[in-house]
Write a protein that binds this ligand. Structure first.
Ligand SMILES: *Cc1c(COP(=O)(O)O)cnc(C)c1O
Length: 384
């Protein structure tokens, strides 16, 4: 009798199809640092820039957790973005959410624009922006949800439906959620991109990126970009990320639980103007977040009552939250976007995006809630 039981997320992230362990019994996969492979081997390996056992192991587990057919891994999230951007030709238009990850914006505007790529930036939470899909007939729609750092939630299913009727591919940068909390391909997206540097690896000790898809043509294009542009990861980083993803649900579920409690604590603190967290009732797209996401994630954005200098020194005085860029590791981090991630963005754009000097972004880690809570309480005292 055939079983129709689908294994759970944790089981799939721990057990994966490819292990290359049949003859040795190794429980954990080895690292294959070889740059080249004997011609005619049965697995079809050739040269590591175009494929390696460690890439294939990681690709099989990432496709398994996204419940899709294919994944291609890259050296970083930005390498994955570059791979997709390299498929465009001069004159192509990409319709982008205006609040995309900063390096995506930089790549489009400072690199691919030189080759004739055109971008149109819209706020995908507004109804008017949806009309742009039919009007501009872009080659691709590029979205991210929740956005960084204001955690705006975009209706992925709605946009994918509109795009699919026009046969426009949609890519979703799913880094903030991972497949544990949101599955863009099931909502209709063509490509689901993740910087595996963040939650998937989870230990802030490797960079990586991946793109998942059910479309065989896209898989071929992405594999081509991996070798033709030299965007491949290292076997060792793939091995680390394969190890990291095994505990994704343990880590991220704990991070989500910590985040729910800390968002409440912040929201009730007199030195905090407002808090943004997708699964709080006061979030502008709360109902959409509940429908689209399986959890609110582990990023909290807060607006503190203080000027740039005082907010900065409050961040610095936190003991368990290192003031650093990036997110998604087991350790908590805090970021002051105005002076860090968005320092190079001009003031008008910052204002338009809602990023002011009082804004702080927390990446909540796996530490004990009581300790994180006390740390925040102590640091905020100086703003009272
Ligand atoms: C970090 C990040 C990226 C880029 O990933 P790297 O691995 O740093 O190149 C892309 N998108 C989002 C949303 C990110 O947070």
């Amino acid at each position: 009798m055939k079983s129709h039981h689908t294994q759970g997320f944790s089981t799939r992230s721990i057990h994966h199809g490819e292990t290359f362990s049949a003859s040795t019994g190794t429980v954990m996969p080895p690292i294959f640092p070889s740059s080249t492979f004997a011609h005619g081997n049965s697995e079809g390996f050739d040269y590591t820039r175009s494929g390696n056992p460690n890439f294939r192991i990681l690709e099989s587990v990432l496709a398994s957790i996204e419940e899709c057919k294919f994944s291609t891994v890259f050296a970083s999230g930005v390498s994955a973005i570059t791979a997709v951007a390299s498929t465009f030709k001069s004159g192509d238009v990409v319709l982008c959410e205006e609040n995309l990850y900063g390096c995506t914006v930089r790549l489009f505007e400072q690199v691919f624009e030189k080759f004739g790529l055109k971008t149109i930036w819209v706020d995908f939470t507004s109804a008017a922006s949806l009309q742009q899909i039919k009007k501009t007939k872009p080659s691709m729609i590029w979205i991210e949800s929740p956005t960084n750092p204001l955690l705006k939630i975009i209706d992925l299913r709605r946009i994918c439906e509109l795009a699919n009727t026009e046969k426009i591919p949609v890519i979703v940068d799913n880094t903030f959620c991972t497949a544990l909390l949101q599955t863009p391909l099931q909502l209709g997206a063509t490509l689901s991109l993740t910087s595996t540097t963040k939650y998937i690896n989870g230990h802030s000790d490797a960079l990586g990126g991946s793109i998942c898809t059910n479309d065989e043509n896209w898989k071929k294009r992405l594999d081509f970009a991996q070798k033709a542009l030299g965007l491949h990861p290292s076997p060792f980083d793939c091995w680390l990320i394969t190890r990291g993803v095994k505990t994704l649900s343990l880590r991220l579920n704990k991070q989500v639980r910590n985040s729910i409690a800390l968002a409440d604590q912040l929201a009730n603190h007199p030195a905090v103007r407002w808090v943004r967290y997708p699964f709080r009732q006061d979030h502008p797209q709360y109902n959409l977040a509940l429908k689209q996401m399986k959890g609110g994630g582990a990023i909290i954005t807060a607006n503190l009552k203080g000027d740039q200098a005082r907010v900065y020194s409050t961040c610095k005085s936190l003991k368990l939250f290192t003031m650093a860029e990036s997110l998604g590791g087991v350790e908590s981090l805090v970021c002051h976007p105005a002076t860090m991630t968005h320092a190079s963005v001009n003031a008008d754009v910052k204002y338009q995006l809602g990023i002011d000097d009082s804004l702080v972004r927390f990446s909540i880690g796996c530490e004990d809630l009581e300790d994180l809570s006390l740390d925040i309480k102590d640091a905020l005292k100086q703003l009272l």
